[in-house]
Structures are given as C-alpha cells and as structure tokens.
Design a protein around this ligand. Structure first.
Ligand SMILES: [Zn+2]
Length: 278
C-alpha cells in the first residue's frame, strides 16, 4: 500500500486547477475537457502521485493523460503510479524523453527524503517511465473534448527539453518560471533561458495566470522581473568568468554574493554560463 501525500488543490479557471505538492512545492496542473483530462507533471514519486491521483479523482472521473513539462525527477517520478491507474498517454518533448531515458537514474537520490521507495527502486511504482508521445513543433494543440490545450515548445532554457502548456488564460510553465525560490540552473542554458523569458513575456497578457514549476501562481510582471534579473545576472556573471584565470574557474564568496540566486544556485549558474561562453 502506497503512503499518499495529499496536495493542496486550487481552482484557477473553469477547467483548470493546480495541485501543490508540499515536498518541493511543485505544481501539478489539471485541465479537464468533456472527454479527457490532462495531468501536467506527476510528482516526485509514488507517494505524491497517489495523493495527486486521489485529489484528481475527486474533481473528475474522465480518462487521464499525462504531460511532463521536463525531465527532472520531482516532475516525472510519479509517472509509473499514473500508468498503474490506467493512464496510457504520456506526452513530453523529445529532448525531455531522451534526458529521462539517459539521466533519470541519476536523479533518484534527489527524492530520497520524500520518496524513499523511488530513491531505492523499491515497489511496483518505482520504475522510471519515459513518455512515448513526443510533442513536435507541428503538433501544438491537444483536444480534450470541447476544450483544446496548446503546447508551447520553447526549446532549451531550464533544461534542453522544456514544454509549456496553455489553456485559455492559464499558462503552465514548468520550471522556466520559479516562485518562492531561485531558478534551478543545473541543466540550464542561461542565454537561451533569458531569450525564452523575453518570448514568454510577449505571450502573456495582463490577465494571464502563470503557474510556475514551484510556488504560487504569478503574473506577467513577475515574469518580466525574472527576465530582467537573469539578463543582469548574465552580465555580472560574464564579467566574473572573464576575470578568472583560464582553466581555474573557482568563484569567491564575494563574487557569488553579487549574483541574485543564493550561493549554491549562483555557483551553478556561473558554471553553466562559463560552459556556454567557451
Ligand atoms: Zn526542473
């Protein structure tokens, strides 16, 4: 029997909900049409997935399909639980599917405190399930019966395979937007991410509800601030990387303080920036 972790449920629009998983404050999305319902990201393992599934079944009994915004474990490790509940369609970008196939096993330790079964490969729901329905640039709409959702394939940014989902005024961005904590640069391309945030700003209107990968929903002004902050951090970061002796890049605490992301993510940010600069 799987120990379920109950999410917080919030309705954002007539057909759209977000379910906040408490562990990593990761947002799962739910979009309900007349024939199908789409679940956007499945949590960090069977415990969160079981809580999500129970909460979703209180909202809809329609057949479910799953969309993964990207390949990080806290967003996809609940996939196997959903498959065991009868879900057959798992959508993601080709790059995210490839990332999960090749790197997924390395991420199990990320969830060890929240999802020990997932971390230790125990039990029937701990398999890493790679999405098989690959979203392409040509296939931008998905019909849920009387309601269409739109895929936005923005290309590299937070990872090399980010996918956003829009339904009316609600936009699920995955970790391309982060609230309540710094953006995660572990697999990021800071330059591409800054470009993307610029495009995202132009996608949003004043009424758009932006559901970030983690934390509370935000608006266009927040996206704009995150965009400006990243542009400024890139300029600061480039100066730091250029001032370091070649081959011995090791930022000081003072250099990290200049950046807005806290010491850990700022160090990762500089590392990723230096790779992209070279
Ligand atoms: Zn992520």
């Amino acid at each position: 029997m799987t120990k379920a972790r109950k999410p917080l449920v919030e309705q954002l629009a007539p057909h759209c909900w977000r379910l906040l998983n408490h562990g990593f404050s990761m947002n799962t999305g739910l979009i309900v049409g007349a024939q199908h319902a789409a679940v956007i990201d499945t949590g960090s393992g069977p415990r969160e997935a079981a809580g999500l599934h129970t909460a979703i079944r209180k909202i809809t009994d329609l057949p479910l399909l799953v969309i993964n915004t990207h390949a990080h474990g806290d967003h996809v490790f609940g996939n196997s639980y959903f498959a065991a509940q009868g879900v057959e369609e798992f959508h993601a970008s080709a790059a995210a599917a490839e990332h999960l196939r090749s790197m997924g096993e390395n991420e199990r330790q990320l969830v060890r405190f929240l999802e020990p079964e997932m971390a230790m490969r125990q039990g029937e729901y701990s398999k890493i399930l790679v999405p098989q329905r690959l979203v392409t640039a040509d296939e931008t709409m998905l019909d849920l019966g009387g309601l269409e959702l739109q895929f936005l394939l923005p290309g590299p940014g937070h990872t090399d395979g980010d996918l956003m989902v829009r339904c009316g005024e609600v936009l699920f961005t995955g970790d391309l937007v982060e609230e309540g904590g710094p953006p995660n640069f572990e697999d990021a391309d800071p330059y591409a991410w800054a470009e993307l945030l610029g495009k995202l700003e132009s996608e949003c209107g004043q009424r758009t509800i932006v559901v970030p990968g983690h934390g509370n929903p935000v608006d266009i002004a927040f996206v704009s601030r995150q965009h400006r902050q990243l542009r400024a951090a890139i300029l600061e970061g480039e100066a730091i990387v250029r001032s370091s002796p070649a081959g011995s890049f090791d930022p000081t605490a003072h250099q990290l303080e200049v950046l807005p992301y806290g010491p850990e993510q700022s160090a990762i940010f500089l590392q990723r920036l230096s790779v992209k600069m070279s």
